[in-house]
Design a binder for this molecule. Structure first.
Ligand code: FAD
Length: 363
């Protein structure tokens, strides 16, 4: 198992319940230093109350743990890391960390179906694990996406993506350009209000607000179906919020009323001192904050040559079509905490079937 975020822990819990022994039949590796998956790296101002919703892991209820009971004023980073730590301890999942997976390859012995997982620990010591099945649950945090815009290399101010954002105080008194049409961009604009000297917001597509909770649920289902179609066809995954619209919370409504959340069409270029808008206005910027999304972090799977010409990986029901011993938990339609939970059950069932087939073949 590669990754101990929501997806990896969910699969691990189901496998363990089915009788696999953690540390022996089931090895969970994670390159991050602590518990919490990507949540351990999120910025302080992201509170649980501000996240869309973090769903409980399966197996949390029997421990009496529920995210809904957590203090919503605490940073989500702290709460999720603490709850995952208690979950791992309670279920004795024995995650090995920090151990990064550098590559997954086909085994080189003739006739062997094994996959080889190459690792590196915090001291740079390399290792290799031979395994019958790999469940990849490496998330997206390691591969933020920043679009190419002319002049990106000549801008003299600070450029950072979502993973580099710590808190608004770093931008006190600055002119900040925020790029991206998702909830992270909106969160940054709201936090920077009154701290930065000015903010301007640019998005590739016009922003669509979603006022109607019922409609948002329907749109979310459709957006997840879109992701599933793309994953099955091996296409690059579409953005979820482009399909759902952005839900309007009371805080966002206040931001809209104050004129803070007015998105402008994407600027055409950067220069040393700022950006040039589609109308030809020069906007001074000390910093450009790219909240432009993420891609699945599959770099370590490159030796398996899974990428299609259209830039994706063919994944059906969490399983790679090109390499049936590889499962991708939390990929595409599963990339939310609820999707990751569902992935856990479905992928664990398929993994157990592969192991049972192998055992039957060995007899
Ligand atoms: P992650 O949590 O990213 O876990 C992946 C793990 O794999 C990490 O611990 C990483 O260290 C490890 N890893 C990666 N590569 C390697 C490697 N090569 N070797 C070893 N280990 C590796 N979803 C929601 O449902 N609700 C929300 O409110 C919400 N808010 C979000 C806010 C932001 C800013 C972002 C970016 C995403 C948000 N999401 C939210 C989506 C959320 O990230 C997922 O729902 C979920 O937490 C992802 O779980 P995961 O296990 O797939 O990935």
């Amino acid at each position: 198992m590669i990754g101990a975020g929501q997806a990896g822990l969910s699969v691990a819990w189901h496998l363990q319940r089915a009788g696999l022994v953690a540390g022996r039949d089931l090895v969970v590796l994670d390159r991050a230093p602590g518990t919490g998956g990507a949540w351990q790296f999120r910025w302080d101002a992201l509170r649980l109350g501000l996240a869309h919703r973090v769903h409980d892991l399966p197996g949390m209820h029997e421990m009496g743990l529920r995210f809904d009971d957590a203090d919503r004023q605490r940073p989500a980073r702290e709460v999720v890391s603490e709850y995952y730590r208690r979950f791992e301890e309670h279920h004795d999942l024995r995650v090995r960390r920090p151990v990064g997976v550098t590559a997954v390859r086909h085994g080189d012995d003739r006739g062997s179906d094994a996959l080889v997982v190459e690792t590196r620990d915090e001291h740079g010591v390399a290792g290799a694990i031979r395994t019958e099945v790999v469940v990849n649950a490496s998330g997206t945090w390691g591969t933020p996406f920043v679009p190419w815009v002319p002049g990106r290399d000549v801008f003299g101010g600070r450029q950072l993506d979502t993973t580099g954002y710590r808190d608004a105080a770093e931008f006190a008194g600055q002119d900040v350009v925020v790029v991206g049409g998702g909830t992270s961009a909106i969160g940054f604009l709201l936090e920077l209000d009154g701290v930065a000297r000015s903010t301007r917001w640019f998005t590739r597509r016009p922003v669509v607000w979603s006022e109607e909770p019922g409609l948002a649920v329907g749109a979310a289902v459709a957006a997840v179906e879109d992701q599933d179609r793309a994953a099955r066809a091996g296409r690059a995954l579409p953005s979820i919020v482009s399909g759902t619209g952005l839900p309007v919370s009371p805080r966002i409504r206040r931001g809209i009323a104050r004129g803070l959340l007015e998105a402008e069409p994407m600027f055409t270029r950067l220069d040393a001192h700022g950006v040039l808008t589609a109308d030809g206005e020069h906007v001074h910027a000390d910093a450009v904050l790219w909240a432009t999304g993420f891609r699945a972090d599959l770099r370590h799977l490159a030796p398996l040559h899974l990428r299609t010409e259209s830039g994706g990986v063919v994944v059906e029901d969490g399983r790679s079509s090109a390499e049936p011993r590889l499962f991708l938990a939390g990929y595409g339609p599963q990339a939310s905490t609820i999707g990751a939970n569902r992935a856990g059950r479905r992928i664990a069932r398929q993994v157990l079937a592969v192991l049972a087939d192998d055992e039957a073949a060995d007899r």
